[in-house]
Design a protein around this ligand. Structure first.
Ligand code: MN
Length: 571
């Protein structure tokens, strides 16, 4: 893309004259640096940084990030020195380019590689989230051109996209990017399933659209009658890979996936959202249990909307999503919405802060990173499971939201607030009532941690702690106290479950969920390929009193894709 066309585009995204002129320098430099390089498609390489930077500009990030996106491959591919970037474009751009280059340097293979890229990604997140945003957009363009890459590399890149990049985009609240990454990767990872589903969905999608269009005027008329002016009434189509995940969950029965097409109503204010919900429920009966108020209780990634499903005309179930314009923007851009570049140059430090405050877990990652220098593959694996598992969100008595994985207990909650609070915990109240340490928290719970000055953790707390953060801190505290402390059972028995599975995304997560649902502590997991299609997962865990192994075996056998499982003792 030649400069005039590029310039026109970024001006449309709202960059002012001084921003455009600094971006032009980066544009010229990158073009020259990549001049003799080609993409696998045979096109000039420069197309790639141009597309990456335009995706960044579309998110309206600051001009430094746009420049860094243009320059993101010059160090790696063309041996340009980072000092040169610093001299020409300043400290900030150089820092971002360096960050992207470091994430790119991954020397491992297989599962080790995924863990390593995850670790690198977390490091980058901890330092400056803009590095990760550039990596996401870099991956997006690479996925858009994946057909030109050698076949044996295609699947690895696509799988990494499904396992790492798409969940990351999801956790950053960037829903559109997540959906696009998933749908680009899907056909490379599961070609046959993709072809099958595409045909299945096509018809349903058309029928769904037609049906929703007939509801459109009814909804608009009733809203206006009630004094609500809808800004937009549209349909949204679920992305193909999300449908696939739902089909798998529903025993491959696509007729049970009812939200392939949903109606989305955008209104002016918060009050209008609730009033719209009332109007819809007056028109059609809601399906019990399907009303979700993500405005009062936003998802951990910041997503806000009201969701409801109703029995529409002809008793067909149809889903509605109701939100304001701001909520809609947030759903599209996620965390990037907090870095929005304004021409009246705001303090970038301050912008960075707002974004991080919004997402507590980013801060947690930073803390975690400080403590995890040189930690083992197992610890990283455990963290990976925590990070991408379904989340719940509970409240402190002051109303702060604490974001935890499903199955978390008050101990996890306490350590999540502060290690001091965890260490000194002697009891907990959930919604005003005293509970056991083993109590499983639910979304929306208010949790009060009771502390005592001389209280110290004991190793039996490990039986109730599920997050790697809490477990690491308990272990550290128990070690400090030394052996001989009550409850510090040295040399605990460890069991090993060996599971053979048909390889699919999320299978490790599903297997570990069985353990955490039963309140069993995992000591570590390993996995590796057995054949092209099969994987072997090994889960080491501490046996739980009164829980027979047969229960665990049954739980694991129920997971789709599991072909065999056995349990034996290792210590
Ligand atoms: Mn690149």
């Amino acid at each position: 893309m030649e400069w005039p066309e590029y310039e026109k585009k970024i001006k449309e995204f709202g960059y002012n004259r001084s921003a455009v002129s600094s971006i032009k320098q980066a544009y010229d430099f990158a073009k020259k640096a990549h001049i003799s390089e080609k993409r696998f498609s045979g096109e000039p390489y420069f197309i790639h940084p141009v597309q990456t930077s335009l995706s960044i500009a579309k998110l309206k990030l600051d001009p430094e990030t746009v420049s860094a996106a243009l320059l993101h491959d010059v160090v790696e591919n063309q041996n340009v020195k980072i000092e040169e970037i610093k001299k020409l474009f300043g400290e900030e751009v150089a820092f971002l380019v360096d960050g992207v280059t470091k994430v790119d340097k991954i020397k491992y293979k297989g599962i080790e590689r995924t863990i390593e890229s995850l670790r690198k990604m977390f490091l980058a997140l901890a330092e400056d989230i803009r590095v990760v945003l550039i990596k996401l957009m870099d991956r997006l363009h690479n996925m858009q051109t994946l057909q030109f890459v050698r076949a044996e590399k295609q699947k690895r890149i696509a799988l990494e996209t499904l396992e790492l990049y798409a969940p990351l985009a999801d956790r950053l609240g960037m829903w559109e990017i997540k959906a696009e990454l998933e749908d680009l990767a899907f056909p490379f990872v599961y070609p046959e399933e993709f072809e099958w589903l595409k045909i299945q969905v096509q018809e349903k999608r058309e029928a769904g659209k037609k049906y929703i269009e007939t509801l459109n005027p009814i909804v608009e008329r009733e809203l206006l009658r009630d004094g609500v002016k809808p800004l937009k009434i549209q349909y949204r189509i679920k992305n193909l890979f999300s449908i696939w995940q739902k089909v798998v969950k529903n025993e491959m029965d696509i007729s049970r996936v009812r939200d392939i097409v949903a109606m989305r109503i955008t209104v002016r204010s918060l009050e209008d959202c609730y009033q719209t919900l009332g109007v819809i429920h007056k028109l059609w009966k809601p399906v019990p249990g399907k009303i979700k108020d993500y405005i009062a209780l936003p998802k951990p990634n910041g997503y806000q909307s009201l969701h409801t499903s109703v029995f529409g005309p002809e008793k067909k179930i149809v889903e509605f999503q109701i939100r304001t314009v701001e909520m809609d923007e947030e759903a599209k851009y996620g965390i990037a919405a907090h870095w929005v570049y304004k021409s009246n140059k705001q303090n970038p430090e301050k912008l960075k802060k707002t974004g991080e405050d919004k997402l507590r877990w980013v801060r947690q990652l930073q803390e975690w990173h400080k403590e995890s220098e040189g930690s083992s593959t197992e610890a990283l694996n455990a963290l990976k499971i925590d990070f991408f598992r379904d989340r719940i969100f509970a409240f402190t008595p002051k109303g702060d939201v604490i974001d935890l994985p499903e199955g978390a207990t008050p101990i996890d909650f306490a350590y999540n607030i502060h290690s001091e609070i965890g260490d000194k915990m002697f009891g907990a109240k959930v919604n005003g009532k005293m509970v056991q340490f083993s109590h499983q928290l639910k979304s929306g719970d208010t949790v009060e941690i009771l502390t005592q000055k001389n209280k110290k953790p004991t190793s039996d707390w490990l039986d109730y702690a599920h997050t790697s953060m809490a477990r690491n801190r308990i272990r550290a505290a128990v070690r400090k106290v030394g052996p001989g402390t009550a409850g510090n059972k040295k040399g605990r028995e460890v069991l090993e479950a060996v599971v053979t599975v048909k390889d699919r995304v999320g299978v490790l997560r599903d297997v570990s969920a069985v353990f955490s649902d039963m309140g069993i502590n995992i000591a570590g997991t390993k996995s590796g390929p057995l054949s092209r299609e099969h994987h072997r997962l090994v889960v080491n865990f501490f046996p739980k009193k009164g829980l027979p192994n047969s229960k665990i075996l049954t739980g694991i056998k129920k997971i789709s894709g599991v072909e065999s499982v056995s349990i034996k003792q290792v210590t």
